[in-house]
Design a protein around this ligand. Structure first.
Ligand code: TXA
Ligand code: MG
Length: 309
């Protein structure tokens, strides 16, 4: 595997300017957000967006999130009036809004859907990049499709290496799990993916009669929310209690087992670390389905190849 670290640079103001030029020229830039690292291209350039899918091995039916510099840029990408209250409270931050797309948004970004996912990141490097590039940035997580999301620049190098023109390194990300995806084309809005903004935070905001809890009610329905997503190479087994995990560990005595103690911040890095150690199996107790724990549970159940229930 190529180490390809020549394209890995600290996210200095000069490097951010260079990255903006790469984006405007139709290239790929990996950059930090407060959740995970993203693999970005100019969202208004279909050829550039296609490069994202090729680099990640991402199926073309899985739509991308478009990152914006703020509500005015977001409003140009949708025919829907964006909810000012929701944006004022959660933007910039880990809340992605799914809305009806404007004609200027290419089919490549939305996987030919009539809707587009919009998010204003709060990481200063992501914000500086958007300000310098002056274009909306389509960016999924910067991992190979199906692998744990990258929370450090080195994870991007390991998964994508040479396929990215420039990787901006700003150290480990703050939250460690992806943004919450909220579908505003349905009434009440539906959480398609739990994430950095919690269900509790959304719940006390009375938007269109509250937020439907699709996640807990029916399992996730969003495109790309496939089973065995975010997965380590070693099989992952999840348990509700410490006692259940211990009983299983006893059965597996003599085998190379890794026990994962997940927090949102360390989840993906730990999955990668245990893989690198070459453990045969990873065991983990699920956190309670509260706050950010809901997102961590969701990713663990997916990594284990199980439906959220
Ligand atoms: O925190 C995050 O959201 C990170 C950082 C980089 O911003 N991005 C991220 O992107 O997690 P990605 O591609 O790994 O996940 C985006 C998910 C898609 O898999 C899909 O389920 C959902 O967002 N999505 C995107 N566009 C959608 C649409 N039009 N309708 C429904 N869901 C959509
Ligand atoms: Mg992803």
């Amino acid at each position: 595997m190529p180490s390809a670290s020549h394209n890995l640079v600290p996210a200095t103001p000069a490097a951010i300017e260079r990255a903006a030029a790469v984006l405007r020229a139709g290239g790929l830039v990996a950059f930090p957000t407060e959740t995970v690292y993203g693999l970005g291209a100019n969202a208004l350039n279909p050829a550039a967006v296609r490069k994202i899918f090729a680099a990640k091995d991402r199926p073309d039916w899985d739509p991308l999130i478009v990152h914006v510099s703020g509500p005015p840029m977001a409003q140009r990408l949708t025919t829907q009036a964006l909810p000012t209250e929701l944006m004022a409270r959660f933007w910039p931050g880990p809340l992605t809004l799914v809305v009806r797309k404007a004609p200027c948004v290419p089919d490549e970004v939305t996987a030919r859907r009539e809707t587009v996912a919009l998010r204003m990141p709060r990481h200063p490097v992501a914000q500086a990049l958007l300000a310098a590039a002056q274009v909306p940035i389509a960016a999924p997580s910067a991992n190979r499709f199906g692998r744990p999301s990258p929370t450090r620049a080195e994870h991007v190098v390991a998964d994508l290496g040479e396929q990215v023109d420039l990787i901006l390194d700003a150290g480990p990300t703050e939250l460690g799990v992806e943004s919450t995806v909220l579908d505003l084309t349905q009434s009440p809005p539906v959480i398609l993916r739990p994430g950095g903004v919690t269900r509790e935070q959304l719940g006390d905001l009375r938007v269109a009669g509250g937020v439907a809890d699709e996640v807990a009610a029916q399992g996730l329905v969003g495109p790309g929310m496939t089973l065995r997503h975010y997965a380590p190479r070693a099989p992952l087994e999840v348990f509700e209690t410490e006692a259940a995990l211990k009983a299983r560990a006893a059965q597996l005595q003599g085998r190379r087992i890794g026990v994962l103690k997940p927090t949102a911040q360390n989840l993906y890095a730990e999955l990668r670390r245990l893989d690198a150690e070459g453990v045969e199996r990873i065991l983990c107790v699920l956190p309670p389905a509260e706050g950010i724990g809901l997102a961590v549970r969701d990713r663990l159940l997916r990594a284990a190849g199980r439906q959220l229930s």
